[in-house]
Design a protein around this ligand. Structure first.
Ligand SMILES: Cc1ncc(COP(=O)(O)O)c(C=O)c1O
Length: 346
């Protein structure tokens, strides 16, 4: 069986599991007043080359909703892509934590928000009109929900347009490490240097057990988050175990090495499927997600051959590799789909 249903079907990276054990002996103050969390802040500042504040949380959904709540009024609006996780897959968490702000979905090429679409939306937003929700933030998903990556210059152009109208810029970095590994740029270039104000770091899909984090480069956003995280029930009392995971995640570029492994497995699959009749890639495979369109019978046969993936509407499926997906797994996945497309016995 090859399980490509998601990257969070993977286990925990051994270095991170070991870090949890190492944080166990002795005592430490709760709620982030521990040495691990202080060290995490220092380490992240080095990695991102900027002063910052970090708020460890237990999920990407919490990181997104709290980040956006910190920069959006109850009568505000957040621009995001129409396929964005914040819009479709978080049960209205952003609306809940903001006290009712509106998410305004936009479109663009390759499942990224297009600059013309954002500029038109901003021009028609009705700033100052009490009958209209007031745009407060732009949320970019990196990588996108279809596995495509915004290049730093694309982030910068979108962020500049948002900043010109006074919006804050949030990045849902659920697959930030995969994007950095793909583009081969510095974390700073993809984030604050390109105009990102607040970031959901993203870590669980790439090797932690239950640790994600909000990172902000802006002291005023940090001041807001201090209260919002507490009030929202997202200040884990034994925070040191989350911080220890995230320190290990960053150590010796582990996060980038794990992500590169996942990306490599996906690229092997994408290359192997290029000439398979009856299967079409829905989007370029920039990171570790592969979206295919094809006949239901092909996918049903591949499932019988032991390949696990998620079905999507309109004859589409999603396969996601993780740091645990080996090259052999990737090749076996190609073989299962290839044999299924030629209709041989399963
Ligand atoms: C793009 C994106 N953002 C955010 C999340 C939310 O992360 P979590 O499941 O940790 O809440 C996911 C998870 O699937 C995701 O794919």
């Amino acid at each position: 069986m090859i399980d490509l249903r998601s990257d969070n079907v993977s286990g925990v990276a051994p270095q991170i599991l070991a870090a949890i054990s190492s944080a166990n002996p002795g005592t430490a103050l709760g709620y982030g007043a521990d040495d691990f969390t202080a060290r995490l802040r220092t380490r992240l500042s080095e990695v991102f080359e900027h002063e910052l504040e970090v708020f460890p949380v237990v999920s990407g959904t919490a990181a997104n909703a709290l980040s956006l709540a910190a920069v959006t009024r109850a009568w505000g609006a957040v621009y995001c892509h129409q396929s964005a996780h914040v819009h479709n897959t978080e049960c209205g968490a952003t609306e809940f934590f903001t006290g009712g702000a509106k998410l305004l979905p936009l479109d663009g090429e390759q499942f990224k928000i297009g600059l013309p679409q954002l500029e038109t939306a901003l021009a028609e937003a009705g700033f100052g009109l009490p009958q209209r929700a007031q745009p407060c933030a732009l949320s970019l998903t990196q990588a996108t929900d279809f596995g495509t990556v915004y290049r730093p210059e694309e982030v910068a152009a979108l962020a500049a347009a948002a900043h010109r109208r006074g919006l804050a810029v949030h990045m849902d970095g659920a697959r930030l490490a995969n994007s950095l590994a793909a583009v081969q740029c510095m974390p700073s270039e993809m984030t604050w240097r390109a105009g990102v104000d607040v970031l959901s770091l993203g870590a669980t899909k790439n090797g932690t057990m239950n640790a994600d984090a909000i990172v902000t480069f802006k002291p005023d956003i940090a001041a807001e988050l201090r209260f919002r995280c507490r009030r929202g029930g997202h200040v884990p009392s034994k925070m040191r175990f989350l911080s220890a995971q995230l320190i290990a995640y960053l150590e010796d570029s582990l996060w980038l090495r794990l992500a590169a492994r996942a990306n490599h497995a996906a690229s092997v699959i994408a290359a192997g499927l290029k000439d398979v009749p009856g299967l079409e890639l829905v989007a370029p495979v920039d990171v570790n997600e592969i979206f295919l369109r094809g006949a239901d019978e092909i996918f049903a046969q591949a499932e019988q051959r032991g390949l696990l993936f998620y079905r999507r509407p309109r004859r589409m499926v999603r396969l996601v590799t993780s740091f645990q997906t080996s090259e052999a797994d990737a090749r076996a996945c190609v073989e299962a789909l290839r044999s299924s497309s030629s209709g041989g016995p399963a």
